[in-house]
Write a protein of this length. Structure first.
Length: 289
């Protein structure tokens, strides 16, 4: 499952799911958490279960965001949705790898009950929504066998620390949130899983989203969360390597393959070394995906 664009869909809305399934996202996140009112959560579980059974996402991967462990709702969520058709779950408000280990045990039992191969259901984590989580980001490495990506969030963290805003007058993240974003990126790299940037709230601003994605990709993120179908095309385009980038990466890889004992290679008057080779391989892998 590619993790370039991940589109949120309220878990209690079959109509919104049908629209989202046509948006071209790599994955759909069926949300049982914040997008669903407490009075609707039980109904949402059954709606999501039926959507998974119908494989209604087309080519998109299907992910379910369950409720956080401290709500007491997580196991009921998992019991309803762990069945063929589910590709992964998104864990909110995780405090560290110990939470993922616990959920992994739940998945072991529920997969067996559903007749699924062990390890079928992968895990993504919203890794910065509690103050404790920031001190435990290093715990995700080495990665749990099910872990495939880390993303970050600002709203719940802001509520937890008592912040009155998370962006400055220019629209940039304030310093605490730049720290959270950076630590998520480093934690994903350390665990060798996908670093996925958080949402861009203004879905009516495609130019702003494109510029934000450009900076995100520049920094090392490989995908992004979308909150509206109209954001998917921009995210896909921004996180897909351009033809000229692919061609340049291929030249670097081919040059090193032609000189396997070389530590540095000259191309068009510029010197390239092993870190450039690693990055070139990442570009080609993203293009092939």
């Amino acid at each position: 499952m590619r993790l370039r664009s991940l589109l949120f869909v309220p878990g209690d809305s079959e109509k919104k799911f049908a629209k989202a399934a046509k948006a071209g996202a790599d994955a759909l996140i069926l949300d049982l958490e914040d997008a669903v009112a407490p009075s609707r959560k039980a109904d949402a579980r059954f709606i999501v279960r039926d959507l998974l059974a119908g494989h209604g996402g087309g080519t998109a991967g299907l992910i379910v965001r369950v409720n956080a462990l401290d709500t007491g709702l997580t196991l009921a969520d998992l019991s309803a949705v762990v069945r063929p058709g589910l590709d992964a779950i998104l864990v909110p408000k995780a405090n560290g790898a110990a939470d993922i280990q616990r959920i992994g045990h739940y998945l072991d039992a529920l997969e067996a009950q559903a007749g699924m191969a062990p390890g079928t259901v992968k895990i993504l984590v919203v890794s910065t929504e509690t103050p404790a989580a920031l001190f435990n980001l290093g715990s995700y490495a080495p990665a749990h066998p099910r872990l495939i990506g880390l993303t970050w969030g600002a709203e719940d963290l802001g509520a937890a620390i008592g912040a009155t805003a998370n962006k400055d007058a220019d629209g940039d993240w304030t310093f605490p949130y730049r720290v959270a974003r950076s630590l998520c990126l480093f934690a994903a790299a350390a665990a060798d899983v996908a670093p996925i940037d958080t949402l861009y709230a203004d879905f009516r601003d495609p130019a702003g989203l494109a510029e934000s994605c450009r900076l995100s990709r520049r920094d090392g993120f490989t995908g992004r969360i979308a909150i509206h179908p109209d954001q998917v095309e921009v995210i896909n385009r921004c996180f897909t390597p351009a033809d000229e980038d692919v061609a340049h990466a291929r030249r670097i890889v081919e040059a090193f393959e032609a000189a396997p004992d070389a530590g540095t290679i000259g191309i068009d008057g510029k010197m390239y070394d092993i870190p450039h080779l690693k990055q070139a391989r990442r570009v080609l892998a993203a293009a092939e995906a």
